[in-house]
Each structure stands twice: as C-alpha cells, then as structure tokens.
Ligand binder design. Structure first.
Ligand code: EPZ
Length: 417
C-alpha cells in the first residue's frame, strides 16, 4: 500500500496547473453512450476513476482509449448493457451509465452503488425520474434492472438538487420523446459542462446552471469532440494549500467564476485571493488564518467537496469556527485523523466545532475517502515534523500526481510503497 511522507513547514510558492474536472469528465464519458460512433474528450485527468470508467464502458463492448488527457469512446461495438458490482463498488459515479443506456438501448443492468464512507448515497431520485419517463425499474439482488421502449418527456422535481441525478436524467431526456422539465435541478458547473456537450451533440437544452432545466428530446445525437472544464475542487485544494502554508501560489487552468464561495471564505480567513489578468487565481497566505464559519450547500453555496480541506485550515486558525455539513450525513471521517495531529475538533450531528491551535504535529494518519485524504495532505504541509498518510488510493481517485505538483512548489513530499 502506497503512502505519502510529508515534512511540513515549507511555504508553497510558484505555479500549479490544475487538471481537468473529475466530476465533469465522468458524466461526459457516460454521455458518449448516447451517440453512435467515436466521441473525443480532451483535458481529461489521469485518475483512477477515469480508468475505472474506461473499464466500465469497455466491459460493455465500447472502444475506449485514453492518452495525454485525451479520451476516445467508440460505441459501435456495444452489446452488453451492464455495470457490474465489482466496478460500481469502486466508483459510484458508474450509475451515470443508467440514463444513457436506457435512453439509447432501452435496457440496463446496473449495480446499486451501495453506500460509501461519507454516507448512504441512495439513487432513488434517479430511479423515480426514469420511471416517470416510462422506464420499468426492478431491483434484483443488488442490481437495478431497467427496461424501456422510447422514453417519454416528463416533469420531474428533485426533493434534493442531486448532481448525478440531474445529469442522469438530463442525458435520458435528451433522447426522449417530447419535453422534460427538471425542477430543483443541481446548478453545479459540471452539470453545465455536460449540457454544453449534449447541445454540441444536437440536444435541445435550456436553463442548465439554473434550478429549472428544460430538455426537448430529439431522435438521434451525434458524437462530441469536447474540452472538459478545469477541476474547481482541485483548484480549491491548492488555494487552501497556499493559505495553510502561508505561501503564494499562482493557480492556472482554473475558472475563478466557479469558485466564488471558496474565494470569499478564504478571504474572510485573511488570505489574499485575486484573479490575474490572464484569468488565473493568485492565493497568498498572510499569517495565521482567522476562524470563520462555513455551511456546505449545493452550488453556488460552499461546496461539500472542499469542507474537509477547509477544516484543516481552521485547525490552525485564530479562534473557534463552526463547520455545518448539510449535504452528506457522515462527511467527518477526516476529524479523528486531524485530531491525531493535534487538532481540537468536537462533533455534534452535522456540526463540527474547531478550536484553532497554534500549530499541528506530524503523525501517522489514514485516508478514509477522497477529500479527507486531501485534508490530511494540507494539514501535513503545515504541521511540524513528518506525517505519513496511508491508503493513498483514496487520494489518487481525484487528484492527478498531487505530490509532483506540490513538490514543484516547494513541498517536502515523497510517495513510498
Ligand atoms: C456528486 O455526487 C459528486 N460526484 C460528489 O463529489 C459531490 O460531493 C456531490 O455531488 C455533492 O456535490 C460526482 O459528481 C461524480 P448528490 P452525487 O446526488 O451526485 C442525496 C467527490 O469528492 N441523494 O448531489 O452522488 C445524497 O444522499 C465526490 O468528488 C438522495 O437522497 O451527490 C446526498 O445527501 C464525493 N437521493 C445529497 O442528495 C438521490 O437519488 C446530494 O447528493 C440522490 C442523492
């Protein structure tokens, strides 16, 4: 099992280049299933989840090649409409093949993703939406068995603005007969990126990025040739890295307009966060951060995917901060590990109270999920002494060559097996 050894204390200075968005790439790869022929996606990050997605669609008979951030998906050979448990259990975003398979092939057998470290993560809203569009859904031995003739447009309302639920049903609606309205839809930039790619394929979609999306189904879609947006969560992680190490980072390949909530909260802690004329983000730490409170919310609120990283910063803040995690029911797995490093954090339900310490101390810690592992990296960069982070495969799911990027700006970090 690979580990990261980090010696803390060095302020990070220089330029980091953010990779393409994981959470845009995965639905975009699924969207290729909606068209016959070869789609090309550029700017794709070399992550475990992308490789897993490649295996998933390869397993269906589609062609999948991935090199130099370019993915090509050829659906000509698809003959198997299943997403098996052994793949889905490692990447719950596999559920994103459900909408496209039912919409284009009229059938799908997709393993229920099951829970994960951060919560139960049901997909009921995905399934109810497909049923309302005319699909017959059965649950058998942990699998979703879906069958449909041509789907019909429908008016759907999401109790919760689910990101992949919005994406799944937007893809299904693109080939349905008639018009579909998604109300209380997710507004994330990754939903907008998917809508833009679908529109380039010939889909008729209005309102993506807002809470009400209207999709007028068409008979056929053509393959896309598309560039993925930058990963706003990776960018936010590096922004916190600059603040927590009192460094000065120029973050490139970033959409600052996708990061308003994070930029505003980082400024409240005392960090300098500025857009450069080239459209990059420059983040400078200006001493020990001030304690600020955050509540995670669906976009454009403060992203739950940056909560753990921000908690590492608050662990050394001046004062006490309250973090209210409202999106997932168990997204505090990083807390016991941060406490091993000397953080003073108390949990009560979805609330974490963090009493900022002068500093943290390096320790052996264990990654439990993707963003928790990023939180531990950030804490280690600021801690006194050495930290060893175990179970690195969690980090590799969502960050491309994290240690190389950090070393290039002055971090003392090595990966050992
Ligand atoms: C997406 O997950 C992201 N993953 C997550 O990023 C992110 O944390 C999450 O959105 C919230 O922003 C991808 O885009 C691949 P949801 P998703 O459906 O779509 C409940 C990361 O770190 N819900 O928006 O699975 C659910 O339990 C990952 O990159 C239902 O109850 O999240 C949760 O409490 C982690 N029923 C809330 O909605 C449903 O049918 C939001 O979940 C669907 C969701």
């Amino acid at each position: 099992m690979e580990k990261l050894l980090i010696k803390g204390g060095a302020p990070l200075k220089g330029e980091v280049v953010v990779s393409g968005s994981k959470n845009a790439s995965l639905p975009l790869l699924a969207a290729a299933l909606l068209a016959g022929g070869a789609s090309v996606l550029r700017g794709v990050p070399a992550l475990r989840d992308v490789k897993t997605f490649g295996s998933l669609i390869g397993n269906m008979g589609a062609g999948f090649t991935f090199e130099d951030a370019r993915a090509e998906i050829n659906t000509a050979g698809i003959g198997n409409f299943a997403a098996p448990y052994e793949l889905v259990k490692t990447m719950r975003a596999s559920v994103l093949v459900l909408g496209p398979l039912v919409a284009r092939y009229g059938r799908a057998r997709v393993s229920l993703p099951g829970g994960c470290a951060i919560g139960a993560r049901p997909i009921n809203l995905h399934l109810v939406g497909l049923e309302k569009m005319g699909a017959r859904i059965q649950l058998e031995e942990g699998y979703v068995i879906a069958e449909a003739g041509r789907l019909n447009g429908a008016s759907l309302y999401f109790d919760i603005p689910t990101v992949t639920g919005t994406e799944n049903l937007m893809m299904a609606a693109a080939l349905a007969k008639g018009t579909t309205v998604l109300e209380n839809a997710a507004r994330e930039p990754e939903v907008v990126d998917l809508a833009n790619a679908l529109i380039s394929m010939g889909a008729r979609i209005e309102g993506a990025g807002g809470s009400l999306i209207e999709i007028e189904g068409v008979d056929e879609l053509k393959p896309y040739s598309y560039d993925v947006i930058p990963d706003r969560i990776e960018a936010a992680t590096f922004a916190v890295a600059a603040a927590i190490t009192q460094g000065d980072l120029l973050i490139r390949n970033v959409r600052p307009d996708h990061m308003d909530a994070v930029s505003i909260k980082l400024r409240e802690t005392g960090a300098e966060v500025a857009r450069t004329p080239e459209g990059f983000l420059r983040v400078r730490g200006t001493g020990r951060p001030k304690a600020v409170n955050i509540t995670t919310m669906p976009y454009p609120g403060f992203p739950t995917d940056v909560q753990a990283q921000f908690m590492a910063l608050m662990s050394i803040a001046r004062g006490t901060s309250i973090i209210n995690e409202t999106v997932f029911e168990n997204r505090f797995m990083h807390v016991p590990e941060l406490k091993r490093m000397g953080a003073d954090i108390n949990l009560k339900g979805g609330l974490a109270t963090i009493n900022g310490m002068e500093g943290l101390k390096g320790a052996e810690v264990m990654a439990t999920d993707l963003r928790a592992s990023a939180s531990l990296v950030l804490a280690a960069l600021a801690a006194e002494g050495q930290t060893v982070i175990h179970r690195l495969y969690h980090l590799d799911r969502g960050y491309e060559r994290m240690e190389d990027k950090l070393r290039a700006v002055g971090a003392d970090v090595v990966r050992i097996s």
